[in-house]
Design a protein around this ligand. Structure first.
Ligand SMILES: [Fe+2]
Length: 187
């Protein structure tokens, strides 16, 4: 067990119960972000066991709430690796332990189609943001983005509820594919 396991468990335990986390507009609470950042700072001072085992990154599950499905992952990135463009079923918080991340986000130009494989609807490229240690990325459910890791990046990801599947977008084809969540899933 990791020495900070009790803090991992406490963090996912601090996530509120459904239906709050499943509401379409649900967003993470500020105090959860502060706790995640504090955890990232403390972990940065340690020798950590989590490695990138295969491109583009490896997710290491640190804690899961049996009540809400909230999960905390450490994500170890291969150099320069980028996630697919994807959405999230729940809100998320991301803090950088070491290295750096770049997030590119997209916004929907029209109401989102059903979360099934098929036409994606219009997506417009939005902001590109660099994230260093001590920065925090917060996004609501339905957020669409792609994330790149640099400098042997290691990041902490807190998700607010069950992630049964995510949408992977093919922007040139204008399509979306519903992908079951797994350890190799998008981050
Ligand atoms: Fe993501």
């Amino acid at each position: 067990m990791h020495p900070l396991q009790t803090r991992f468990d406490a963090l996912v335990g601090a996530v509120g119960a459904p239906p709050d986390v499943d509401a379409p507009a649900a967003t993470p609470r500020a105090e959860l972000g502060a706790k995640l950042q504090s955890l990232a700072v403390d972990l940065a001072a340690e020798a950590l066991p989590w490695r990138a085992e295969a491109p583009p990154y490896t997710r290491h599950l640190l804690a899961r709430s049996a009540q809400t499905g909230a999960t905390l992952y450490a994500v170890a990135w291969c150099e320069g690796a980028t996630s697919p463009v994807h959405d999230h079923e729940t809100w998320g918080l991301v803090a950088v332990v070491r290295g750096a991340l770049t997030e590119e986000r997209w916004r929907r130009a029209e109401p989102a189609p059903p979360r099934v494989t098929g036409p994606a609807g219009a997506l417009v490229r939005g902001a590109r943001t660099g994230l260093q240690p001590s920065d925090l990325l917060a996004f609501p459910a339905g957020h669409v983005h792609a994330v790149t890791g640099r400098g042997s990046a290691l990041s902490l990801h807190l998700y607010g509820g069950l992630q049964r599947a995510y949408l992977r977008f093919d922007l040139s084809a204008g399509t979306q594919t519903l992908v079951p969540d797994s350890d190799a899933a998008a981050v």
